[in-house]
Design a protein around this ligand. Structure first.
Ligand SMILES: [Zn+2]
Length: 194
């Protein structure tokens, strides 16, 4: 039963091409699930993708202790051909959401092994899924607090995303790529529903 553990801190920097591929992969999933509302519900996404999830609480206390040591936040395993995400329920709701999308990232990016590079990829997948940078622009969010309120994420992730957004605008202005426009089109549908 291969376990991919979550290890958050990694200093690996991916290539610019790889960042672009992962962003496109995130947008593909947005389109596939037709996500138009925020914050995105992690457990709904799992249900739609046929991914099971279980809290660490289901383990006996001895196993629980061992699992916490191995991975504090969560992990993903393939059991009987089905992916199962295990998560630590004692973390904050924002952090659990990050864990879910990190593990979904491992699954969607087809990771087979647990190494620094895959960790960096899953972290980036989760951050872009939780806070799609073009939508910071679309919703006119200017402060970390506004990003936290809209997308239900931690202050750390809100700040990181704001930083990416500002760099993005500095380097290439508001000329959006196809996948960025696709994201904005989905977000526009949310507004039509009200
Ligand atoms: Zn991981």
């Amino acid at each position: 039963m291969p376990f991919l553990q979550t290890r958050w801190r990694t200093l690996v920097r991916l290539s610019d091409e790889r960042y672009e591929e992962i962003k496109e992969e995130v947008v593909e999933l947005y389109k596939e699930l037709h996500i138009t509302k925020f914050p995105v519900n992690a457990m709904d996404v799992c249900k739609q993708l046929g991914i099971a999830y279980k809290s660490y609480n289901q383990f006996t206390s001895r196993t629980f202790a061992a699992i916490i040591r191995a991975s504090e936040d969560g992990m993903v395993a393939k059991i009987d051909k089905k992916f199962v995400i295990f998560y630590n329920p004692s973390k904050s709701a924002e952090r659990i959401r990050s864990t879910f999308f990190h593990e979904i990232g491992h699954i969607r990016l087809g990771h087979k092994i647990h190494d620094e590079e895959n960790e960096a990829e899953a972290n980036f997948f989760a951050s872009y899924f939780l806070v799609p940078v073009p939508l910071i622009h679309y919703f006119g969010l200017r402060f970390a607090q506004e990003i936290m309120d809209k997308f239900w994420v931690t202050f750390t992730l809100a700040n990181y995303s704001l930083d990416r957004y500002q760099k993005r605008i500095r380097y290439s202005g508001t000329v959006f790529t196809q996948y960025e426009n696709d994201l904005i089109s989905l977000a526009k549908e949310e507004e039509k529903e009200f």
